[in-house]
Ligand binder design. Structure first.
Ligand SMILES: [Zn+2]
Length: 443
């Protein structure tokens, strides 16, 4: 549900390597579902047994593989944070950040432009230094686990395009932020949080129109049977769309995904071509009903409200830490204060640490919304077995049965087990004719 542009912006900003990146709907599927239910599902006498039967249908080797893939992601969170921290410390301690600032000051007397020049140089340096991890995480590893479809040239071209987007967006942000910092004096943390949120909202609005098309093609869905079925769901839920879009995600990946992006008039519901080609109609309806849940439940606005609150808290803490660090080491680093762009790596360091520590909070926020969308989707599409089938396929690249603590810390969607259990609870309560008996209550 979070657009790529917002992700790109977020990744160079405060929430650097953390959870947001995975807030997109990602649902992995590799083959068309076999007809019928896995053995034992139909005969199960209660939701718990039915859930077990679904989970038991996963081959052991697949489970080991998907667990390994997903658990590797836990470590990547740490490596990304450590790399960001190392780059920021290097920029401060080596005086590199101050040198870029000096260069910008020599280049122009306009403070606006000084911030923009600093920002562009910062983006380039960070992009180069984080390239090896970026390459491993997003190219090599995706190929190792059989998810990527792009060759290196294609991937690298996308990487360049993302870099260009950053080179345009990031200087604009720093021009606005440092203008605010210069004017606001002691209240920079408050004004900074406001500027950041405004930037975030604008990014979310323009991204579906100007950024996402740089990476993928969005075309109206032509298949009448599927389109009409999805639009029927939309009409039934008062969603004002007359088109469903298909995005050619198979350019980059085999994963199935769907998303709601944009704000206001740029709102768009899109499913990707992998979903279209690899899932049955009930499964597509179930996934799209989930996405509509995000729309109807105003998840994007609630998400922004929550992020605004977190941004305020983060900026307030940043003020304490930034002022303390600059009072202590400002002379050594040649950072003059908050209005000096040379201090930007210190802000990023502080925000990255807060975001890293806040991973469970952000994940839980997103996961709670995902659970709400699941509930909405079940009520709207009424296809619990399709929901379970999609959860299983998704489980090829996500751990199906994490411990509760793992789910709390690392999961931005409910685990496969939770999703199947929810679908089976719904099925036994609402479609007793399709189950052998109604359970008295959930265990
Ligand atoms: Zn979702």
């Amino acid at each position: 549900m979070i657009s790529r542009f917002v992700l790109i912006v977020a990744s160079v900003l405060v929430l650097a390597p953390i959870t947001f990146i995975r807030a997109q709907e990602v649902q992995a599927v590799t083959s068309v579902p076999s007809p019928g239910l896995p053995p034992g599902v139909a005969a199960a006498s209660n939701p718990a047994e039915a859930t077990r039967a679904w989970l038991a249908s996963i081959p052991a080797s697949e489970k080991i593989r998907s667990d390994a893939y997903f658990e590797g992601g836990y470590w990547l969170l740490l490596w990304n944070f450590l790399l960001t921290a190392a780059i920021m410390l290097f920029a401060l301690l080596s005086g590199f950040s101050a040198r870029i600032r000096d260069f910008a000051e020599r280049a122009t007397h306009f403070r606006f432009l000084q911030a923009a020049i600093y920002a562009a140089a910062f983006v380039l340096v960070v992009a180069v230094l984080s390239f090896p991890l970026d390459y491993y995480q997003n190219f090599m590893r995706e190929h190792q686990y059989g998810m990527a479809t792009q060759d290196f040239a294609g991937w690298f071209f996308d990487w360049i395009k993302a870099l260009i987007v950053q080179l345009i967006a990031f200087p604009i942000l720093l021009m606005a932020l440092y203008f605010a910092f210069r004017r606001a004096a002691e209240r920079w943390w408050l004004v900074g949080a406001v500027v950041m949120m405004i930037f975030f909202v604008i990014a979310a609005i323009i991204s579906p129109v100007y950024v996402e098309p740089l990476f993928n093609k969005y075309t109206p869905l032509q298949n009448a049977r599927i389109r009409d079925s999805v639009l029927q769901l939309a009409r039934a839920n008062e969603i004002p769309v007359d088109k469903v879009f298909v995005v050619d995600a198979s350019r980059q990946t085999k994963r199935v995904s769907a998303n709601v992006s944009g704000l206001g008039s740029t709102t768009r519901i899109a499913l990707n071509d992998n979903l279209l080609h690899q899932c049955s109609l009930p499964e597509i309806r179930q996934v799209m009903a989930h996405e509509m849940g995000h729309y109807v439940l105003n998840h994007i606005f609630k998400f922004f409200a929550f992020i605004a609150l977190l941004a305020l808290i983060a900026f307030a803490l940043a003020k304490l830490l930034f002022d303390w660090a600059v009072a202590r080491w400002g002379d050594t680093w040649r950072v003059r204060g908050i209005a000096d762009p040379a201090g930007w790596p210190l802000l990023v360091l502080i925000f990255s640490a807060l975001a890293f520590l806040g991973t469970p909070v952000l994940n839980t926020l997103v996961r709670v919304q995902e659970r709400e969308a699941d509930a909405f989707g079940l009520n709207a599409a009424r296809e619990p077995d399709a929901e379970a089938a999609v959860a299983l396929k998704l489980g090829r690249y996500r751990k199906m049965e994490p411990t509760p603590l793992e789910e709390f810390i690392f999961f931005d969607h409910p685990s496969g087990r939770s999703r199947i259990r929810m679908a089976m609870d719904w099925k036994y309560a609402m479609l007793p004719a399709r189950t052998s008996e109604l359970p008295a209550r959930r265990e």
